[in-house]
Write a protein that binds this ligand. Structure first.
Ligand SMILES: [Mn+2]
Length: 361
């Protein structure tokens, strides 16, 4: 438990100080107090931190939380208990995370609280964006797992096994070597399916000449990694080997350029510039990157629409791709620790040349 929870939150947009905040996003709860379970909330006031949970989690909370945090076990309902705390602590105004309460719960919350409420979406997330040493170490462990898994899966992929078998093997292997689970569904798409930027693994068999996109992540003590590599099984269509080089050029432009103080949209245009030059920008139809942490996708994002600026110790993915419908696609993604000057690429799996697994007719 750090200073994070004990400060008076200043809402970014509305301005003015807020005397209390209700935190219900489970990742934010975990970030602020270290609780790894579910269905629990925090109320932060100027001088107290209250952790509200139900009987299933009281023991776990006693173990995981600092003694400075008061644990409240609710009996009637979470919202009733919260309203009671608001009354007891004479809270005059409270912020809550609109994105993490359903519309009906939000309305109920407002009517139970009977005080001024304000939406504070993104408030805790702004702290989460910049990682401390401990968070960086955990991410590094998650990164090691994906790197080892990539080397493992290269020996497993062959013509005649399905995308699903490959994805299952990757997830099994990641768990065996220390991943807590997969932060998102492991994407394995091959052949013409590799032109689907976000296709999930199917029953399709991998065939000779296929491009195979592997987009996967591991979780270590809550922190995720996220990496994509594209390989070929045998010799692919020459247009696909050509776009591999172009995607690699875009990806390297991104990981080489990203640094403290750089604007998100500036980086986005650097990543796109090889695609623009080759008249292929319209074949890159997803975001160029995002932050990772307790969530697999978190703010900030790499986007031409974003006014965000990167800050030292953010961990960003850079992930350009090109997709040719009916033929296939290529995506390359690394995780990068943003530093003052040259940033550090954390993921170390090979990418310099298109890996062609040696299978022949
Ligand atoms: Mn990603």
């Amino acid at each position: 438990m750090g200073d994070e929870a004990n400060r008076t939150f200043t809402e970014e947009n509305g301005g003015g100080k807020l005397p209390a905040m209700y935190v219900s996003n489970p990742k934010n709860v975990r970030y602020l107090c270290g609780f790894t379970g579910e269905d629990s909330s925090l109320i932060l006031t100027g001088d107290a931190v209250l952790f509200i949970t139900d009987s299933r989690y009281v023991e776990q909370a006693r173990e995981e939380l600092s003694d400075l945090i008061q644990i409240v076990c609710w009996n009637r309902s979470l919202l009733d208990e919260t309203a009671e705390i608001i009354r007891k602590h004479h809270i005059q105004e409270i912020g809550f995370e609109g994105s993490y309460l359903s519309y009906s719960h939000g309305e109920l919350f407002k009517s139970l609280a009977q005080i001024k409420t304000r939406i504070t979406d993104g408030c805790v997330e702004a702290f989460r964006a910049v990682k401390d040493e401990d968070e960086i170490c955990k991410t590094l462990e998650a990164v090691k797992i994906v790197d080892r898994t990539f080397m493992h899966i290269l020996n497993f992929i062959r013509p005649g096994i399905s995308e699903k078998q490959v994805a299952t093997e990757m997830e099994y292997f990641m768990k065996c070597i220390g991943s807590e689970g997969t932060p998102f569904e492991t994407l394995v798409v091959s052949g013409i399916r590799s032109a689907y930027p976000h296709g999930v693994a199917s029953e399709k068999m991998i065939e000779l000449g296929d491009m195979v996109i592997l987009d996967f992540g591991a979780t270590f003590q809550g922190y995720s990694s996220d990496m994509t590599r594209t390989i070929a099984v045998g010799k692919p269509d020459s247009r696909l080997s050509e776009i591999y080089d172009l995607v690699l050029e875009a990806e390297l432009a991104g990981v080489d350029a990203i640094c403290h103080g750089m604007k998100s949209k500036e980086l986005d245009s650097m990543i796109r510039s090889p695609f623009v030059r080759e008249n292929m920008n319209d074949r890159f139809n997803h975001g160029a990157g995002h932050s990772i942490g307790l969530d697999n996708h978190e703010a900030p994002y790499i986007s031409y629409r974003s006014e965000d600026e990167f800050v030292e110790n953010m961990i960003m993915t850079v992930e350009p791709g090109l997709y040719l419908p009916g033929l296939g696609g290529v995506r390359i993604e690394d995780d990068v620790l943003v530093r003052k000057e040259k940033s550090l690429v954390l993921t170390g799996s090979p990418k310099k040349d298109l890996i062609q697994l040696p299978f022949y007719e």
